[in-house]
Design a protein around this ligand. Structure first.
Ligand code: SF4
Ligand code: FES
Length: 233
């Protein structure tokens, strides 16, 4: 099986280049995932760099561009990929080394939306309660693993990486605005009310196409715009 992988080291003066790799058929098992193949390639060439941890689609660390589409290597079956399998770092993010990108700007935007419950009432004795219906409203939002595949597929994020918050952070903002226990909806919406943070989303929908968890950041952003409109009327 043939691979074509982006190579770059930010601390080297060498220009980025594409390197060909190959795995023998005897090294490939039925149902093997791309991440397992990368681990075998790293045994051939220990300088090949990528992030991974859980190998189960949970930690979000091995997001990369796979044959032109962002996804998680650990849940992408080799058998589903056309050869040579082309692997690039997530687009629009600064590359540190090979398939490893700098996620700091991504997590800065995540932090900007205050991804925690903000409450004003006195702390209850036991817990903040939610009805099953209120809890169900968080389905499709809480499952985000912060892999960055959506934000790195969004042209609005590429064009305005500093000012547009991007689909992942906006999905998180919606997750807390929709949460019945959160008491900071006005503050959260006020914080989003500028020409870039939210409104640079032009509903291109790449985010929803690539999310490996099947989430719909575009729908969450549209919910935020709706909430903003309601607040202004
Ligand atoms: S919404 Fe999906 S693609 Fe975006 S960060 Fe969360 S899990 Fe990854
Ligand atoms: S290694 Fe954790 S999501 Fe792929």
């Amino acid at each position: 099986m043939k691979f074509s992988i982006y190579r770059y080291h930010s601390e080297s003066t060498e220009q980025p280049y594409i390197q060909a790799y190959e795995l023998a058929d005897s090294e490939i098992d039925a149902g093997m995932m791309l991440l397992q193949a990368l681990i075998k390639l790293k045994a051939q060439d220990e300088s090949l760099s990528f992030r991974r941890s859980c190998q189960e689609g949970v930690c979000g660390s091995d997001a990369m561009n796979i044959n032109g589409k962002n996804g998680l290597a650990c849940v992408t079956r080799l058998a589903d990929l056309k050869q040579p399998i082309q692997l690039r770092p997530l687009p629009g993010m600064p590359v540190i080394r090979d398939l490893i990108v700098d996620m700091q700007p991504f997590f800065k935007h995540y932090n900007d939306v205050k991804p925690w419950l903000i409450t004003k009432d006195p702390e209850p004795e036991h817990e903040w309660k939610q009805s099953p219906e209120q809890r169900a409203k968080l389905d499709g939002l809480y499952e985000c693993i912060l892999c960055g595949a959506c934000t790195a597929s969004c042209p609005s994020s590429w064009w305005n990486p500093d000012r547009f918050l991007g689909p992942a952070a906006l999905l998180q903002s919606a997750r807390f605005i929709i949460d019945s226990r959160d008491q900071a909806t006005d503050e959260r919406l006020n914080q989003l009310d500028d020409a870039y943070k939210l409104y640079r989303c032009h509903t291109i929908m790449n985010c929803t196409q690539v999310c490996p968890k099947g989430l719909n950041p575009a729908k969450a952003i549209s919910k935020l715009k709706h909430e903003m409109l309601k607040k202004k009327l």
